[in-house]
Each structure stands twice: as structure tokens, then as C-alpha cells.
Ligand binder design. Structure first.
Ligand code: DC
Length: 220
């Protein structure tokens, strides 16, 4: 296995930006595993299925894995980045069979030479427990909600009201944290050997610098 960096943490902690910048700095491909769950959730909604029904979600996950072999660009669809997609992702991600269907493609991505950066909720605990570097990126819920709220003000989504209020964004973040932490299948939690990085008081450049130092120390 090449040099694998596993990054986990809750929504809007900064982990996605940090993963992308680490990948660029290290010359490694990056997999945002949340997009897999988002693609499954969006597909269930497209089929007018019930997000809490494991059958339709597992079917969508199996189809996604099959399609990704031919068309990785599917994960670039802007529809996967909306609040609706995030909420749907968190719900389908609770089904053990959905998670099982998505494990293998994440592990094969991680196994590519010369390595990879993966971010999500269970990367360091379940997907690549032997990753050379593991980070768990957090920030306080109000800080994460403010970041997400500002993003939404700057780039409103077509599927929600143009200016969502801060309180509703905070409520979304808290509901998502609870669902991701409390589910029985691969809950969101730091691996015992993950290094915690709290970005509450850091801007994105300072957070990235701190993450890069941790990864460079792991690379030796
Ligand atoms: O990182 P994100 O916001 O795109 O993730 C959306 C949801 O997908 C998240 O609330 C839980 C789920 N998810 C997961 O269960 N495991 C992962 N490795 C990545 C995401």
C-alpha cells in the first residue's frame, strides 16, 4: 500500500478542503467518500424511494459502484453538494448493507500507488485502519454552522430558500452529527490512533498548515 492519509470528522469541520489541499501538496488522488453516500441518497430520491428503506438504497449503492467503473464524473454532479443531498446521504449511510456495498471501491482507491487521501466518517476506523496518517478534524457546532451558513449565503442552492437562517443550518448540523454518531454501523468517531485537529479558531490556511505538519511527521 502507498502512503494513505485518512481524514474523518463532522460536516463543515474543514476536512474536505484540507483533504483536497493535502492531495494537491502530496501529489495524491483524493476521494471525498461523502459523495458516494450523497450519490446514493440522491438516487433514492430520484426513484421516489424511502431513504429509511434499506432495499432501495442498497440497490442504488450497488448500481453506483457498477457505474463508477465507467463514469467517475458522476461524483462531480453539483446536485450532490446540496443540503438535501447531505441530509439524504446521512440517512442512507445508516444502512449496513449500503455501507458494505461501498467499502470495496473505497479500499481499492486507497490501495492505488503511490497512495491516496480519503475523507469521510469511517475512513480511519473501518475503510483503511492501517493508513499511515490519520486525522480527525473537528470544530464547535456553532462554528461549523456559521461556515455552512456563510457558504449558503454566498452561493444559494436552488432547492432551498435563497437565504436560509442560521438557526436552521445549526439545527441541520446538530441533527446530522447525532445521526452519524449514533448509528450502529460504522458510526462517526475518531480512530484510537487519529490525531485530533480542532479548527474552531483556525482559518483554512492555518488549519491546512497544521494538517500538513501532522502528515509530514507521519511520513517521517
Ligand atoms: O462529508 P459529507 O457531508 O459529504 O457526508 C454526507 C453524509 O454521508 C454524512 O452525514 C454521513 C455520510 N458519510 C458516511 O456515513 N461515511 C463516510 N465515510 C462519508 C459520509
Amino acid at each position: 500500500m502507498g502512503f494513505v492519509v485518512a481524514i474523518d470528522g463532522p460536516a463543515a469541520s474543514g476536512k474536505g478542503t484540507i483533504a483536497a489541499r493535502l492531495g494537491a501538496a502530496l501529489g495524491l488522488p483524493v476521494l471525498d467518500s461523502g459523495l458516494l453516500y450523497r450519490a446514493v441518497g440522491v438516487e433514492v430520491l430520484r426513484r421516489a424511494g424511502d431513504l429509511d428503506d434499506p432495499t432501495v438504497a442498497t440497490d442504488a449503492a450497488t448500481a453506483l459502484v457498477r457505474d463508477l467503473g465507467r463514469d467517475v464524473d458522476r461524483l462531480g454532479d453539483p446536485a450532490l453538494r446540496t443540503r438535501t443531498a447531505g441530509e439524504a446521504a446521512s440517512r442512507v449511510a445508516a444502512h449496513p448493507a449500503v455501507r458494505a456495498a461501498l467499502v470495496e471501491s473505497q479500499r481499492s482507491f486507497a490501495a492505488r500507488e503511490p497512495g491516496a487521501v480519503l475523507d469521510g466518517r469511517d475512513i480511519g476506523t473501518v475503510i483503511v485502519p492501517h493508513a499511515a496518517a490519520k486525522l480527525y478534524i473537528t470544530a464547535s457546532a456553532p462554528t461549523r454552522a456559521k461556515r455552512r451558513w456563510r457558504q449558503l449565503l454566498e452561493a444559494p442552492e436552488s432547492d432551498v430558500q435563497p437565504s436560509p437562517d442560521y438557526e436552521s443550518v445549526l439545527a441541520d448540523i446538530l441533527a446530522r452529527d447525532t445521526r452519524d454518531e449514533m448509528r450502529a454501523a460504522s458510526p462517526m468517531r475518531p480512530a484510537p490512533d487519529a490525531i485530533l485537529l480542532d479548527t474552531t479558531d483556525l482559518d483554512i490556511d492555518a488549519a491546512f498548515d497544521a494538517a500538513r505538519r501532522i502528515v509530514e511527521a507521519a511520513r517521517g
